[in-house]
Write a protein that binds this ligand. Structure first.
Ligand code: NDP
Ligand SMILES: O=C1O[C@H](COP(=O)(O)O)[C@@H](O)[C@H](O)[C@H]1O
Length: 504
């Protein structure tokens, strides 16, 4: 890997401490960083190099050190530096440039820079422009890459404008739009499951699949991000990016090669095939909800409107359930269902593919023994793995069918270290591999699906925001989305509030 300086704008913020520094420290421990490497933190807070090092290493509760790693952490901290600037003052970027040149001299980093924007999104347009004014975007004299955190835009129009602005200062191959779900091993494994096996793909279409469900549940509330979240809501925070990326992995056609361009092109085609839900259809296809105070795991938790930074009359959704269709040859007529929410019973993300029942039913159950359609459950997190549910004969007289499971747990595959999503994505950017980053046109295509829903909610205040007690699976109205079918799979049939019992 080339030597370089990794520059973080927003270095005093939560994401830097929570995800970026722990990921880069892990890369350091795995010997994945180049020998000639330095990290420059930039934000307004007046840290010295030393104070910054302490804040993001020794004083960082998110950086989990194993016993005996203190020395490594001290060594790693020596490569961290900090430059306070007023991010809104173009002149101040000269200070960043000077520091970068000093580092090039000292660390032989050769003008190769990654600029990681981990600031409020309002700065995603400003920072690239000011970098350009100081010639810090030019490809000559070393490569330059720009990483943009989510949210990428607030709606389709702003995403398009942001793309246009970024492209004035950086070329598309320099821009890395991060979606950390793409860095999850299990999300990448969706492609391997589909395209490296002969058994799934022949069945992966409207002839055999009855419907597809995708659930991404969180038991936490909005924590200290109420201000941000209230402007965003579950639709923008989770569906526009993470969940639609999962849909793309499930729904896309096989790419002709596994390279970045081929995969990203197929995903784009998939996004373009999702049938838009018109504003008028929104009440029938989309359910929104907001968590209310209740007891969870024996503790009373606040309702969303009581959270810090949230207005007491907020109508922002903390839950969304959606039914939609993909209008192409493969998926014609197959309903897809998505749901995501905060303060649901547990943290779990999974895809459930329900297959059609056989055309003629030979075996009826005469007693309570259950028989359900075949389902493939792909667990993204936690207890990552895959389970196939199918019917088997119960031993004894007659033909009684019982649903049994054949399952695979990722943890059985290897003892090898599985990298965190941010670690994988940062490493790819360092290597100049954009495969797991989103392309500008895909992001815009994903917004096209989201925009009419946002508009319907904005223009029609009569569309209900359903309250749901914290610790439940969301509004009852979401059950009605899955009309005439099995209903949402409960990922934790055993004991709903405990992850340990949330079996595949
Ligand atoms: N935190 C998380 O878990 C996640 C965050 N993100 C995204 O990452 C980005 C950063 O999030 P997060 O770290 O949580 O946010 P924080 O509010 O914690 O940090 C924002 C950072 O930007 C700096 N900043 C620079 N200029 C300004 C300015 N003019 N106004 C306010 N802050 C400024 C702040 O430092 P200073 O005040 O010193 O200048 C601070 O370092 C956001 O876009 C967010 O959506 C995405 C996924 C998850
Ligand atoms: O981007 C976001 O993702 C997290 C969920 O990520 P996960 O890897 O823990 O599943 C979510 O909590 C947050 O609101 C959102 O901004």
């Amino acid at each position: 890997m080339d030597p370089h300086v990794f520059v973080i704008f927003g270095a005093s913020g939560d994401l830097t401490r929570r995800k970026l520094i722990p990921a880069i420290f892990q890369l350091y421990k795995n010997n994945s960083l180049p020998k000639d490497f330095a990290l420059l933190g930039v934000s307004r807070t007046e840290f010295t190099d030393e104070a910054f090092r302490e804040a993001v290493t020794t004083d960082n509760k998110h950086l989990k050190k194993k016993e005996g790693e203190e020395e490594q952490l001290k060594e790693f901290a020596k490569s961290l530096f900090y430059q306070p600037i007023d991010t809104n003052d173009p002149e101040d970027y000269a200070k960043v440039k000077d520091r970068l040149h000093e580092m090039d001299d000292k660390y032989n980093t050769r003008g190769n820079y990654i600029f990681y924007l981990s600031t409020p999104p309002s700065l995603y347009e400003t920072i690239p422009e000011y970098l350009h004014r100081h010639d810090l975007n030019a490809k000559n004299g070393g490569w330059k890459r720009l990483v943009i955190e989510k949210p990428f835009g607030y709606d389709g129009k702003s995403a398009r404008e942001l793309n246009q602005i970024l492209l004035q200062y950086f070329e598309e191959d320099q821009i890395y739009r991060i979606d950390h779900y793409l860095g999850k091993e299990t999300v990448q494994n969706l492609l391997v499951t589909r395209f490296a096996n002969g058994i799934f793909e022949p069945l992966w279409n409207r002839n055999y699949i009855q419907h597809v469900q995708i659930t991404s549940a969180e038991s936490i509330g909005v924590e200290n991000r109420g201000g941000y979240y209230d402007e965003s809501g579950a639709l923008r925070d989770m569906v526009q990016n993470h969940l639609l990326q999962i849909v793309a992995h499930i729904g896309m056609e096989p790419p002709n090669t596994a390279d970045a361009k081929a995969i990203r092109n197929e995903k784009l085609k998939l996004f373009q095939s999702i049938r838009l839900i018109s504003e008028e259809e929104v009440p029938d296809y989309v359910v929104r909800g907001q968590y209310i105070a209740a007891e969870m795991d024996g503790k009373e938790v606040k309702g969303y409107r009581e959270e810090k930074g949230v207005p007491e009359d907020s109508r922002t959704e903390t839950y969304v359930g959606i039914k939609f269709f993909i209008d192409n040859w493969r998926w014609a007529g197959v309903p897809f269902y998505l749901r995501t929410g905060k303060r649901l019973p547990t943290k779990v993300t999974e895809v459930v593919v329900t297959f059609k029942s056989p055309p003629h039913r030979l075996f009826f159950n005469v007693n309570e023994i259950q028989s359900t359609p075949n389902q493939l459950v792909i667990r993204i997190q936690p207890q990552e793995g895959l389970a196939l549910h199918f019917g088997m004969k119960v031993p004894g007289a007659g033909f009684h069918v019982k649903t049994v499971d054949m399952d695979f747990h990722y943890s059985d595959l290897t003892d090898a270290y599985v990298p965190e999503a941010y670690e994988r994505l940062i490493l790819d950017c360092m290597k100049g591999d954009p495969t797991l980053y989103a392309m500008g046109d895909s992001v815009e295509a994903a917004w096209k699906f989201i925009d009419p829903i946002i508009n319907a909610w904005k223009n029609n205040p009569d569309i209900t925001v359903h309250g749901y007690p914290s610790g439940t699976w969301g509004p009852a109205a979401a059950e009605d989305l899955i009309e005439g079918e099995e209903g949402w799979r409960n990922p934790c049939e055993e004991i709903s509030n405990s992850q340990e019992n949330c079996e595949l």
